[in-house]
Structures are given as C-alpha cells and as structure tokens.
Ligand binder design. Structure first.
Ligand code: TYM
Length: 327
C-alpha cells in the first residue's frame, strides 16, 4: 500500500484528511504501508525553498498526528529515495505525449499561468506519481477522487510495461472511499475544497485555530429550503456538511438526518462547528508537540527512507534488467 501527499501548504485541509489521510492509519496492521511526502511533485509549480522545507516537516508531523505510526509504516520524503525519479524516466519513455496531455490536472494547472509557461515537470508529474506507486509493487492506493485519472494512467503504464518487457509490476487499484472522495468548498459547494483554488473561508485546515474553524462552519453556504437532508444535486452545501458530520462522528448520514428532523440549518451548523473545533484543537496540539522535536522527525524520515529504498531498489534492478540495461 502506498499513498502520497504534497507538502505545498502550511496545513492539510479537510479534503486531504477525509478524502485520503484518514484511511492511512487504518491500513497499517494488515498491509505493508508506505506513506510519502511528495516534495518532488511540489516543485512542478512555483514554490519557495524555505517554505518547502518547513512544510515538509509540518506535513510529516501532521501525518503522525493523524495516526501514521512510523514503527508500522514507512513514512518518508520522496526525494530521499532516488529510485522514484529513476523509474519515472523509464515510464516517461513508454508514455505517449497525447496520453500525458489528456491529464485533466495538467490541463487545469497549466492553463492557469499560460500553457507555454507550465514546466515540463508539471507535464511529467503523472509519470512520477505512477513511479511512486509501482516502485513498491503497491496493489492499493488510498486517494481522493481527483487522483483517479492519475491512477488509471498508472494502471495503463504497469500493464504496458508488463506486456512489453515481461511481468514486472503489480497493477494497482485506487482505494477511494465513495462518501468522502470529494469534500467540497464551504463557500462554493459546487467545487472541491482545494488548497490552490478555494478562498480561505471555503477551506478548513487541520491546523486551524478551533474558534476560526468553528466560525467557518457556521458561515458555510447552505442551500435554499431548510430541511437537513442529503441531496448532492439540489442541496450540495448541506450535503457536504452532512458528509463532514458523518465522517467526524462515524454516524451514518441517515442517522444524522433523523436526529435533525424538524431542526434548522443554524442549529445543525452550530453542532457541527463544535465537533470541528473539538477535532482541530487536539490535532493542532499533537502536531505542534511533534514539531518541537525536529531531530526526532529527521530520525523518523531517515528510517522511513531506508525501508522504502530497500524495496524500491529491488524493483528498479528488475526493471533495468528487463529493459536490457547492462547491470
Ligand atoms: P494532493 O497533495 O493534492 O492531495 C493529497 C490527497 O488528498 C486528496 N484530496 C481530496 N480528497 C477529497 N476531497 C478533496 N477536496 C480533496 N482534496 C485533496 C487527494 O485526492 C489526495 O489523495 N499527486 C498527489 C500526491 C501523490 C500521490 C502519489 C498520491 C504523489 N505521488 C502516489 C498517491 C500515490 C497529490 O497531489 O495529492
């Protein structure tokens, strides 16, 4: 099992958490788990080196605070394991230009600053992501809905390589939890919650001040009508809040609807705002405590990279051999 996240913000947000990260600790007992900070992906768009360094530590601390246990999982930084870039080069050579150009995240991100200005790294981003997964022979990849297309490409590339050079890679499946696969922007519940696209009030950050987080929930956009009912199409705002409520409490959406029959949006939002504050408060404290000991974080990341390299180097040696590289 492998998954990754980009250290491109001071804090992860509810989309990252409910869409992906929350699943990660649940898999540690039954799977060999590899969780990665994708710093090489983070440099495909504008970035600041000092910020990137700090955010990498903050990201590691948040993953541990979320339950990733460095004893049971390999928690590591992508750039510490050079085999990712080495395999990505090989995958670049079996990917068609047209195929890579069809990736919707590339199209979205590159159109923002003008396609000519987009980096070649942004174009090859999905093949690096495919390498991240395939180098560990991962069969399951827990992600949110927005990564589905990249994983389809990963599957295609694994199958193509196997077909052409002999069975080498496991063809991985995305692991996408339907209910929380797409957490929406609180201010614009027709778009996903996104660190790059959402306005600050549309996002709840995991490291947010609890009072501020509560306020964002209370001022979330809700729909016309006043019934607290899940209806993605006609009531995307309240449906998104129901999803968050359900994810935080473990109660089913149906049970929550029942509990709030006859109540107003306002009452529901107050209750949810308290749940959210109770969640982010302790989460922030745990993360800050971990950030106080950088030497320990370095130790964890170094040991994670060692575990990762042991497996990655085996796969790469096999790939090089299959390609006819003289070993
Ligand atoms: P990233 O860093 O953008 O996001 C990390 C994870 O959060 C999920 N996510 C969401 N899920 C539900 N609702 C949302 N609004 C939402 N926003 C983000 C993403 O789907 C993702 O699972 N390319 C990846 C990082 C990566 C990776 C990998 C993932 C690099 N290598 C290998 C899996 C396997 C990315 O940019 O995720």
């Amino acid at each position: 099992m492998l998954s990754g996240i980009q250290p491109t913000a001071d804090s992860f947000h509810f989309g990252n958490y409910f869409g992906a990260i929350r699943q990660w600790p649940l898999m540690q007992d039954e799977h060999d788990t590899f969780y990665m900070l994708a710093d090489m992906h983070a440099i495909t768009v504008d970035f600041d080196p000092n910020e990137l360094r700090e955010r990498t530590y903050r990201s590691a601390a948040q993953l541990i605070a979320a339950g990733v246990d460095p004893e049971r999982s390999a928690l590591f930084v992508q750039s510490h394991v050079p085999q990712h870039a080495q395999l990505a080069w090989v995958l670049n050579c079996i990917t068609g230009m047209g195929e890579a150009g069809r990736m919707t995240q590339f199209k979205d991100k590159s159109s923002k600053g003008g396609t000519d200005r987009a980096s070649v790294g942004l174009f090859t981003y999905p093949m690096l992501m495919a390498a991240d997964v395939l180098i560990y022979q991962a069969d399951r990849v827990p992600v949110g809905e927005d990564q589905r297309q990249h994983l389809e490409l990963t599957r295609d590339l694994a199958g193509r390589f196997n077909h052409r050079f002999g069975k080498t890679f496991i063809v991985p499946s995305p692991y996408i939890v339907k209910e929380t696969a797409k957490i929406l922007d609180l201010q614009d519940p027709t778009s996903k919650m996104s660190k790059s696209a959402s306005a600050p009030n549309g996002i709840i950050e995991l490291l947010e001040d609890p009072k501020k987080a509560a306020k964002k929930i209370r001022s979330a956009v809700t729909d016309s009508g006043d019934e607290i009912r899940f209806d993605q199409e006609n009531k995307p705002g309240i449906s998104n809040l129901l999803t968050i409520y359900s994810a935080l409490t473990g109660a089913s959406v149906a049970a929550i609807e029942k509990e709030y029959v006859g109540q107003q949006y306002g009452q529901f939002k107050v209750a949810l705002s308290e749940l959210v504050a109770d969640f982010v408060g302790p989460f922030g404290e745990r993360t800050n405590a971990l950030l106080d000991d950088r030497a320990e974080l370095d130790r964890i990341l170094t040991s994670g990279a060692e575990k990762a390299k042991a497996l990655a180097s085996q796969t790469l040696a096999q790939v090089y051999d299959r390609l006819g590289f003289v070993l």
